[in-house]
Write a protein that binds this ligand. Structure first.
Ligand code: NOJ
Length: 556
């Protein structure tokens, strides 16, 4: 691929930052973050080095699922601002080299969406078929619900017409019927609207559920052949409207099944979150043994050249461990969330990383260094860059959706509203704003914020991390992961120590015989001998990135 093509595929080595406008920065003192507030802080995001901003749902919503229940796909929740504010934000972000993507939530609407209101009013409603109904009592689906604390069936009886409607998530979120061509037309029209306003694509919610046809078979998607045909058509539509726009999909499935969502030629989702690697990372951390992660990465299938994995440590939901066998999940629970109040839905954790690691700065940095050095495009959830914690008293997933901590002032500088008026309580237990905030860290070159900023910039300097071929380098320490990413004659070697014991190791690097390994974080360089070996040391929880140069190369 030529340099030009490389830069077209900007998502291959982007740095994505996810935030919820309502918890980021409140500009008008009503206790709720808003678009003008985010706009005010855009230089903070730019300074971090982020190249893609993912906005969680900001549409009008009754907020039964943190905005993932939408009543108007063309609007902006009035608590957050206006459409004009969205356009201003996109422009401000673009001016700083940051693309903006929005959550696309079309598996379901809110039950208060006018379509559903019309659909439930009568069986003859022209909107009835926008949703999925059944007239006879449903079977027991309690084992399939996504939120077992709130739901016990995927079907809800609607009294008005005496039929049941299907909802994969909460009952307040009826599933759209994508086998209806009118629904599909509405979806593309709405995507076109946001692309036209300047969005660079979408984070697509719940993709496997979106394209499932509810046992209706292939004819349900007439014209597309099969569900993946529909996903392909969405990608092709998006690309026609905006050649650089992406679909970043949520597909929490085993690798082999995930692969199908890229499409054999990379013509479905552009990127997918790396849920399997993330879950094995936590198992590796719990065991102080890199093996679970190494094994997962070795099984990670090759993907089409323009496709990409979106790597992450934390997202806005429960930290799901659903793809680990129960005994391994229990190991992670024991290590990082032993109390019931720290766990959620029997499959995940309510915590952010720093409290799970008892605030150990070296270990936290090791994890972020690893995140940025693994092949893929890293995604940060707001507040990770300063080491924010959670609020375990908050219900469910709200524990990690606490307001951004800007200063040590009341409400962490997030809002001037009285505390009880805030959209959500602040993080606590030693990780609140008095301990952790942007202002203190911005001026401190030793802070986590400075470290993560440096990681972001080093990652951007090293396209081989996003583009390259990944290889695990064998070495004798179970606690260590050593890997290389190689691309177009360039290579980065990264070494990470999952254990608290310092190690010295000899790495066999036949491809780099006679090269100098230059430490990208200012540590000592090291030479690869003529027999192809290099001696390296790491502190407990140590990490290093080294780039391989021949002596005659320009060291840039
Ligand atoms: C996945 C989102 O990440 C989650 O927050 C939401 O509740 C469900 N999809 C339903 O939209």
């Amino acid at each position: 691929m030529s340099e030009t093509e490389n830069s077209n595929l900007w998502w291959k080595n982007a740095v994505v930052y996810c935030l919820d406008i309502e918890t980021f920065f409140d500009s008008d003192g009503d206790g709720i973050g808003d678009l003008p507030g985010l706009h005010e802080q855009i230089d903070y995001i730019a300074e971090l080095g982020v190249t893609c901003l993912w906005l969680m749902p900001f549409y009008p919503t009754p907020n039964r699922d943190d905005g993932y229940d939408i009543t108007d796909y063309y609007g902006v929740d009035q608590r957050l601002g206006s459409l004009g504010d969205v356009v201003e934000l996109i422009r401000a972000a673009n001016n700083r080299g940051i693309r903006v993507i929005a959550d696309l939530v079309v598996n379901h609407t809110s039950a208060q969406h006018p379509w559903f209101q019309a659909a439930r009013s009568s069986k003859e409603s022209p909107f009835r078929d926008f949703y999925i109904w059944r007239s006879n009592p449903p079977p027991d689906t309690s084992a399939e619900v996504v939120f077992p604390d709130q739901e016990n069936s995927l079907w809800e009886l609607d009294e008005q017409t005496g039929e049941w409607y299907f909802h994969r998530f909460y009952k307040q979120q009826p599933d759209l019927n994508i086998s209806n061509p009118r629904v599909r037309r509405e979806i593309t029209k709405m995507m076109a609207f946001w692309l036209q306003l300047g969005m660079s694509g979408f984070r697509v919610d719940a993709v496997p559920f979106l394209i499932e046809t509810m046992g209706l078979g292939a004819e349900a998607l007439a014209g597309f052949g099969e569900p993946h045909g529909y996903l392909r058509s969405l990608r092709s539509f998006v690309s026609q409207r905006n050649g650089e726009a992406i679909l970043l999909g949520e597909v929490n499935l085993p690798y082999e099944q995930q692969l199908e969502f890229f499409g054999p030629t990379g013509d479905e989702l552009s990127m997918m979150f790396e849920f399997i690697g993330m879950q094995h990372l936590y198992l590796a951390l719990a065991r102080a043994d890199s093996e679970p992660l190494v094994n997962a990465l070795k099984q990670r299938p090759a993907i089409p050249p323009a496709s990409q994995w979106a790597t992450f440590v934390r997202n806005h939901d429960e930290l799901t461990l659903d793809k680990l066998p129960p005994s391994q999940r229990q190991e992670v629970f024991d290590a990082f969330g032993p109390e019931k109040r720290m766990q959620l839905y029997g499959r995940g954790l309510k915590r952010r990383l720093p409290p799970m690691l008892n605030g150990d700065p070296q270990r936290i940095r090791m994890v972020y260094s690893l995140l940025f050095s693994l092949p893929g495009t890293p995604v940060l959830f707001y507040g990770e860059e300063i080491g924010m914690g959670e609020n375990l008293k908050a219900e469910g997933r709200k524990a990690v959706r606490t307001p951004m901590q800007w200063t040590s002032q009341p409400n962490g500088g997030f809002s001037t509203a009285p505390r009880q008026q805030l959209i959500s309580d602040m993080a606590e237990d030693g990780f609140g704003p008095e301990m952790i905030n942007v202002l203190a860290q911005r001026g401190d070159t030793d802070s986590l914020l400075s470290f993560v900023t440096q990681l972001v910039h080093r990652y951007r300097d090293c396209p081989e991390l996003g583009w390259g071929e990944f290889k695990v380098i064998d070495q004798p320490h179970r606690g260590v992961l050593a890997h290389t990413c190689t691309w177009q004659g360039r290579a980065v070697l990264a070494v990470h120590n999952f254990s608290d014991k310092p190690v010295t190791m000899s790495l066999t690097l036949p491809d780099f015989t006679g090269h100098v390994l230059r430490d990208l974080f200012g540590g000592a360089n090291c030479e690869v001998s003529s027999s192809g070996s290099a001696e390296l040391s790491l502190d407990g929880y140590g990490y290093r990135w080294l780039r391989a140069y021949r002596k005659e190369d320009r060291w840039v």
